[in-house]
Design a protein around this ligand. Structure first.
Ligand code: PRP
Ligand code: URA
Length: 206
């Protein structure tokens, strides 16, 4: 299942992030801000447990997040979303998955994986700005499932119909939150209209 999180401020920020004249500093800030909006929505579904807290006046019946949250950025571009999400969820653990798309085949090449152990009640949140062919996100969910994560959420800023369909076919149990479902992929498997190469724009490599 996927949810396109529509909000005037997300749309406004997306227009800036897509703009080819936006430089790396502003691009990074916008990616962080949009990521927080998406995470607010995505984390609505995480369980809570009751906890009593003593205010200066009396006992308040409150709630705490139940279980562990593990943020899993896909390197490199997922790193651009990590600071914002770890500010929002400071108690989250963090795992890293290194992957890049082969420039010819667009298949993901895995080069790194370091992750906290899954517990029965942990929720893993894959973070990556782009869902194009879905190869990278599918591989990420495969790895997380092999390592015992049962509850997995994917947060991606820009997605496309082809990638969503593939991800939902292979991992129907992974709930996807995206700021925009774009039109389609081009012949090089880049999202149109998209925002270009997220990693290059975040880190100024081109
Ligand atoms: C980009 C992006 C995703 C992937 C999406 O990474 O950050 O990880 O492509 O494409 P897919 O859905 O077709 O797999 P890239 O391979 O450019 O690596 P980078 O983050 O190191 O630049
Ligand atoms: N990776 C990107 O950074 N952008 C795309 O449009 C597709 C994959």
């Amino acid at each position: 299942m996927h949810t396109e999180v529509k909000h005037p401020l997300i749309q406004h920020k997306l227009s800036l992030v897509r703009d080819k004249t936006t430089g790396s500093k502003l691009f990074r800030e916008l990616i962080g801000e949009i990521s927080k909006f998406l995470a607010y929505e995505a984390l609505r579904e995480i369980p809570t447990e009751p906890i009593d807290v003593e205010t200066p006046l009396m006992t308040a019946h409150c709630a705490h997040v139940k279980g562990e949250i593990v943020l899993v950025p896909i390197l490199r571009a997922g790193i651009g979303m990590l600071d914002a999400l770890s500010e929002l969820v400071p108690f989250a653990r963090i795992g890293f998955l290194g992957m890049y798309r082969d420039p010819v085949t667009s298949r993901p090449i895995e080069y790194y994986a370091k992750m906290p152990e899954a517990t029965d009640d942990s929720t893993a949140i894959i973070i990556d700005p782009m869902l194009a062919t879905a190869g990278s996100s599918i591989a990420a969910a495969d790895i997380l499932k092999r390592r015992g994560f049962k509850k997995i959420i994917l947060i991606c800023i820009v997605s496309c119909p082809e990638g969503l369909a593939k991800m939902e076919e292979v991992h129907p149990d992974v709930n996807i939150y995206t700021a925009c479902v774009d039109e389609r992929l081009n012949d090089h498997n880049y999202i149109l209209p998209g925002l270009g190469d997220a990693g290059d724009r975040l880190f100024g490599t081109k």
